[in-house]
Every structure is written in structure tokens, then in C-alpha cells.
Design a protein around this ligand. Structure first.
Ligand SMILES: Nc1nc2c(ncn2[C@@H]2O[C@H](COP(=O)(O)OP(=O)(O)OP(=O)(O)O)[C@@H](O)[C@H]2O)c(=O)[nH]1
Ligand SMILES: [Mg+2]
Length: 316
């Protein structure tokens, strides 16, 4: 079964792709066989992550961006991830998906994923959906996530280029947005630039960026009006520039393993952080005291904390 399905996916047959997506999302044995069959054919796609607060205009922006990317080359796949929606049958996420313009386009495949409980599970589902679309030959795969915090960061780890979309009017609240989502961006977009305060939001972001040090790629701040398409061509250019810069998180030879590594790093780091912050451990308390008294170097303390936390997590 999986061999025929894999052939259909690689030929870009929509029904095969839809069936394959269902198989891999449900973590069935057939899904695992299918992914094995597709594995040698991964790595050509460029994965673009789009994240930001609810209502920022992400889906509208994705819709406009699809048009720009189609004009450049190839086909476009979209995985829309919504950690806040419980799964309801086939889970069409209704209002959250505003990509109607391209729904009937043969070159575009849009798939929605809703929460099945654990967020880590959701980001793994998203990773598998990306694999299927990659194998099916979609040159660009956009992953849209809504929500705040860890779930966004985790899903964004799938992406080669990570875009954070913010609406204007956040003002000083930019600082208050969970640091995580601001820190992951390769490109910042102030959407709804037709509304007042867009310039101010742009300035806020620019001053935040000025305080940080970057490698070869410094995240640009762009303004868009997704609902009319203003600025979206510039966004497509910035995405291409990021892909071409050496700092692009290009997936390389084993794309799937690279994606898994990123997901693993994000979820393992999250578990570790929570454990070190929250577990009641006399050993960790002692370690903090030693550190506070300057009796221990930071590198040694980090290692010790990781060991204590790991031992604590192994206990039933
Ligand atoms: N004025 C203005 N409205 C916009 C713009 N872009 C999107 N909107 C509107 O903002 C609302 C939210 O847009 P969505 O694209 O659904 O936003 P989203 O970030 O995907 O929302 P969630 O998926 O629910 O988090 C819709 O009513 C859009 O029409 C824009 O550039 N300007
Ligand atoms: Mg949306």
C-alpha cells in the first residue's frame, strides 16, 4: 500500500498526497512505512515558518505570499497549525484559514492541523506533513502557527526561514511578547501597515534588533498590508535573500533529520528549563547557593544542573 501511495505522492497526485498526509498525521504503522519510502526524496523544499499573535494577519499574508511565490517558481504547500483548536473530525479551521484565493489552484496544497493534545506531538505532525509535501515536489512549504509561546517556537523550528508577523499597536508591549517568538525571527513583518501605529511598531522592532548581536544575517523589518498585497513582493525578496545568504537554515542533505534535530533541541530544552525552574530539588537549591557564592563556574554549574534535572526526569 505505502509503495503505491509513495509513487502517487512523488507524482504530485492530490488525492495520494491527501491520503498520505492523513496517514502520517495519525502516526500509524502505514504512515511510518510511507515516510520511509519517501525519505530518499526529501530536501528540495524550502520551508518558511510564519508565526505571530492571533489576528496579526498571518493567514491573509500567507495567501498573498502564495501568489508571489507562485510567480517565482514551482508549487507551494501550506501547513496551517493551530494548537488552540481541538480536533473536530476533519478539522477545517474555518476563520483561521484565509487562503481562499488559491484553494482551487492545482499548484497549491493547503493542509490544516489542529491540536491532538500535546504540542510536541503537533510539531512532530507538522514535521511529517512537511515531509510529505517536500516529497511531493512543493518547492516552498509555508508553515503557519498561531498561539503564543512554546508551541510557536517549536513549530517554527521546522522552518529554514522564520518570519514573525506583528500587528501595529503593540507599542511597548513588544517587550512583553514572549521573548521566545521575537528571538526566533529571520524576518520581522509589521502587518496592517494601513493602520495607525505601524511606524511605531517598526521603530520598536528596529530598536530591539539594534540591541542584539547577529551573525551574517540581520533580520530586516518589513511593513505589509496583507489584505491589499502592499509590501508582499518585498517579503518574497527578503525570503529569497535569506535563502541565498549563508546563514539561511538550509535543510541540506538529510532534511528530515535536520528538522527533527531542531524540534528535538526545542522540546528537550523546554523540558529541561521547566524541570530546573520548577522541580523541588534540594540538590538544585544547593547548586544555586554554590553558584551565588561564586564557588562554581557557570559552565560546570550548567552541566551539573542538566545532570540533576535528567536524573529527576527519569524517576517515575
Ligand atoms: N487593516 C488590515 N486588516 C488586515 C490586514 N491583514 C489582515 N487583516 C485582517 O485582520 C483579520 C485577521 O486576519 P488573519 O489573516 O485571519 O490573521 P491571522 O493572524 O491568521 O489570525 P489567526 O490565525 O486567527 O491567529 C482579518 O479580518 C483580516 O482581513 C491588513 O494588512 N490590514
Ligand atoms: Mg490564521
Amino acid at each position: 500500500m505505502s509503495a503505491t501511495l509513495a509513487t502517487g505522492v512523488r507524482a504530485g497526485e492530490r488525492r495520494a498526497i491527501a491520503r498520505a498526509l492523513s496517514a502520517v498525521e495519525n502516526e500509524t504503522g502505514a504512515g511510518a512505512d510511507l515516510l520511509r519510502a519517501l525519505h530518499p526524496h526529501l530536501g528540495a523544499a524550502r520551508v518558511i515558518g510564519i508565526t505571530g499573535p492571533p489576528g496579526a494577519g498571518k493567514s491573509t499574508l500567507v495567501d498573498a505570499l502564495i501568489g508571489e511565490l507562485l510567480a517565482l517558481n514551482g508549487r507551494v504547500g501550506v501547513v496551517a497549525v493551530d494548537p488552540s483548536s481541538p480536533i473536530t473530525g476533519g478539522a477545517i479551521l474555518g476563520d483561521r484559514i484565509r487562503m481562499g484565493t488559491h484553494q482551487g489552484d492545482e499548484r497549491v496544497f493547503i493542509r490544516s492541523l489542529a491540536s491532538r493534545g500535546h504540542v510536541g506531538g503537533l510539531s512532530r505532525s507538522a514535521a511529517r506533513a512537511v515531509d510529505v509535501l517536500d516529497a511531493a515536489g512543493y518547492a516552498h512549504i509555508i508553515v503557519e502557527t498561531v498561539g503564543a509561546g512554546q508551541s510557536e517556537v517549536e513549530v517554527a523550528e521546522l522552518a529554514d526561514t522564520r518570519i514573525v508577523v506583528l500587528p501595529p499597536g503593540l507599542g511597548d508591549d513588544v517587550q512583553a511578547i514572549k521573548a521566545g517568538i521575537l528571538e526566533i525571527a529571520d524576518i520581522y513583518v509589521v502587518n496592517k501597515a494601513d493602520l495607525p501605529l505601524a511606524e511605531r511598531a517598526e521603530r520598536e522592532l528596529l530598536s530591539m534588533i539594534a540591541l542584539r548581536s547577529y551573525g551574517a544575517w540581520k533580520p530586516p523589518v518589513l511593513r505589509t498590508v496583507a489584505s491589499t498585497g502592499v509590501g508582499v513582493a518585498k517579503l518574497a525578496e527578503a525570503i529569497a535573500a535569506h535563502a541565498q545568504s549563508g546563514s539561511g537554515r538550509r535543510a541540506g542533505g538529510d532534511a528530515r533529520r535536520t528538522r527533527m534535530r531542531r524540534l528535538l533541541a526545542a522540546s528537550a530544552a523546554d523540558r529541561l528549563r521547566r524541570n530546573i525552574e520548577q522541580s523541588s530539588s534540594a540538590e538544585l537549591d544547593r547548586l544555586c547557593d554554590e553558584l551565588a557564592r561564586g564557588e562554581l563556574g557557570h559552565a560546570a554549574a550548567d552541566l551539573r544542573a542538566i545532570e540533576i534535572a535528567a536524573a529527576g526526569m527519569r524517576k517515575p
